[in-house]
Design a protein around this ligand. Structure first.
Ligand code: NAD
Length: 379
C-alpha cells in the first residue's frame, strides 16, 4: 500500500497545502495510506479533524520515521535539503519544485537518491489540463491582482452615472495574456474597466477580444519572438525596446497596469521602464506578477508595495497564498488528477514512457533526467 506524506509547508509566507480532506479521501479509496503532518492545512482553512475524518493519519511535523517510510511526498514548495535527506532512497517528491537552474535541488535529489516531478514542467497537452497546477494557481493570481489594484486605486473601476455627474471607467492595461492575464482581463471587465492587452503571441488576440478587451498588436518586426508548446520564446532586446515604445503612450493614459508576461525558465521581459513610470499619473497602480522572475516593471520589489512619485508599485509574487483555501483545493485536485492513473492494484507505478510523466520527471532514483532545466546556464 503506497504511503503518501503531506508535510507542513516551511517556505516563508506559504499558506497552501498539497492535499485537502477531499483528495485524502480519494487517495485512500484508491488504496493509499495518507500521513499528514499536524497543522498542515490550518492556514488554508482545513483543520486536522477534517483530515482525520477523511482517513488520514496525523503525525508530528518533521517525524523522521514517517518521512523515511513515505513512498510519495506531496508538497507545494520543495522542502529543505535537510528534510529531503530524511526521505528513503527511491521516494518520489511531487510539487512546484522551482526546477529552473536549481543547482541545490539538483544536488539534493542526487545525494538522497530521490525521484521528483516538477509540476512546472508538465506538458501543456489537453490530457494534462486537470493536473495543470501552473494554470490553477495563475488563475487565482490574475483574479487577485485586479482586486488588489482596484483596492489601491484612487478611482472607481466602473463607469457610473451619478447625480454629481458621470464617472469615466478605469483604464487597465494587461501585459501578457496567458492564464493569469486572461483571468485579469475577465476580472477587470467584470468590474467595469476598459481593458487593453499586450501579448506577443498573435493567437491570443481572439481570446482577448472575446472577453471584451482591446488587443495591442505586437510591434511589426522581422525578429518576432517564436513560440513553442503555447509558450512565448524570449524576445530580442530590439523587439522589447520597440514594444516598450509602443506601450509608453498606453501606460501614460492608464490607471492600472497588471504585469503577467513571462517566458518559462528565463528572466521576465522588462516591459515598463523608469521613463514609462515617469509618464504614469500619480494615483495609478502597477501590479507586477512577474516580480520574482526579475519583474516586467522597473522598481517593483517582491511582496512589497512602494510609492514611486505617487504611482503605487505592487510586487505580487505570492498571490495564490492570499487565497489559500481555493488555491489548496485546486492544487490538491491537480495532484490527484496527476497521480490517480499511477496507482494500480494498490501499487504505485511510474510509467516513464508516458509523455506526461516523462516531461516533468526531473529525477529518477537520484539520476537526473532533466539536466537541461536543472543545471545553471542550461536555459
Ligand atoms: P506564461 O506565464 O509563461 O506567460 C504569460 C504570458 O506572457 C504568455 O501569454 C506569453 O505569450 C506572454 N509574454 C511573454 N513575453 C511577452 C512580452 N514580451 N510581451 C507581452 N507578453 C509576453 O504562460 P501561461 O499563462 O502559463 O500559458 C501560456 C500558454 O499556454 C497560454 O496560451 C495558455 O492558454 C496555454 N495553456 C495550455 C494548456 C493546455 O493545453 N493544457 C494549459 C495551460 C495553458
Amino acid at each position: 500500500m503506497p504511503i503518501l506524506l503531506i508535510p507542513v509547508e516551511t517556505a516563508a509566507g506559504e499558506t497552501r497545502v498539497a492535499a485537502s480532506p477531499e483528495t485524502v479521501k480519494k487517495f485512500i479509496s484508491l488504496g493509499c495510506e495518507v500521513v499528514l503532518e499536524k497543522g498542515a492545512g490550518t492556514a488554508s482553512g482545513y483543520l486536522d479533524e477534517a483530515y482525520s475524518e477523511a482517513g488520514a493519519e496525523l503525525v508530528q511535523p518533521g517525524d523522521n520515521t514517517r518521512w523515511s517510510q513515505a513512498d510519495v511526498l506531496l508538497c507545494v514548495q520543495p522542502p529543505s535539503t535537510q528534510a529531503l535527506g530524511t526521505l528513503r532512497r527511491g521516494a518520489l517528491v511531487v510539487g512546484l519544485l522551482a526546477p529552473y537552474a536549481n543547482a541545490d535541488l539538483n544536488a539534493a535529489l542526487q545525494q538522497s537518491g530521490l525521484s521528483a516531478m516538477a509540476l512546472e514542467l508538465l506538458p501543456r497537452i489537453s490530457r494534462a489540463q486537470s493536473a495543470d497546477a501552473l494554470s490553477s494557481q495563475a488563475n487565482i493570481a490574475g483574479y487577485k491582482a485586479v482586486l488588489l489594484a482596484s483596492a489601491a486605486l484612487d478611482r472607481y473601476f466602473p463607469m457610473l452615472m451619478t447625480a454629481a455627474g458621470t464617472v469615466q471607467p478605469a483604464r487597465v492595461v494587461v501585459l501578457g495574456a496567458g492564464v493569469a492575464g486572461l483571468q485579469a482581463v475577465a476580472t477587470a471587465r467584470r468590474l467595469g474597466a476598459v481593458v487593453y492587452v499586450s501579448d506577443i503571441r498573435p493567437a491570443v488576440k481572439e481570446q482577448v477580444e472575446s472577453l471584451g478587451a482591446r488587443f495591442i498588436d505586437p510591434p511589426e518586426m522581422e525578429d518576432k519572438p517564436a513560440e513553442a508548446g503555447g509558450y512565448a520564446k524570449q524576445a530580442s532586446d530590439a523587439f522589447l525596446a520597440a514594444q516598450r515604445q509602443q506601450l509608453s503612450d498606453q501606460l501614460a493614459e492608464a490607471d492600472v497596469a497588471i504585469c503577467t508576461a513571462q517566458v518559462p525558465g528565463r528572466r521576465a521581459p522588462r516591459l515598463i521602464s523608469e521613463d514609462m513610470l515617469d509618464r504614469m499619473r500619480p494615483g495609478a497602480v502597477v501590479v507586477d506578477l512577474a516580480v520574482a522572475q526579475g519583474g516586467n516593471c522597473a522598481d517593483t520589489v517582491p511582496s512589497t508595495t512602494t510609492d514611486r512619485r505617487g504611482v503605487k508599485l505592487i510586487g505580487a509574487n505570492d498571490l495564490p497564498c492570499t487565497v489559500p483555501n481555493h488555491a489548496s483545493a485546486l492544487y490538491a485536485r491537480n495532484l490527484l488528477a496527476l497521480l490517480q492513473p499511477m496507482v494500480k492494484d494498490g501499487q504505485f507505478m511510474l510509467d516513464t514512457e508516458d509523455e506526461l510523466i516523462a516531461g516533468c520527471l526531473i529525477s529518477q532514483d537520484g539520476t537526473i533526467r532533466r539536466s537541461d532545466v536543472l543545471t545553471p546556464g542550461a536555459n
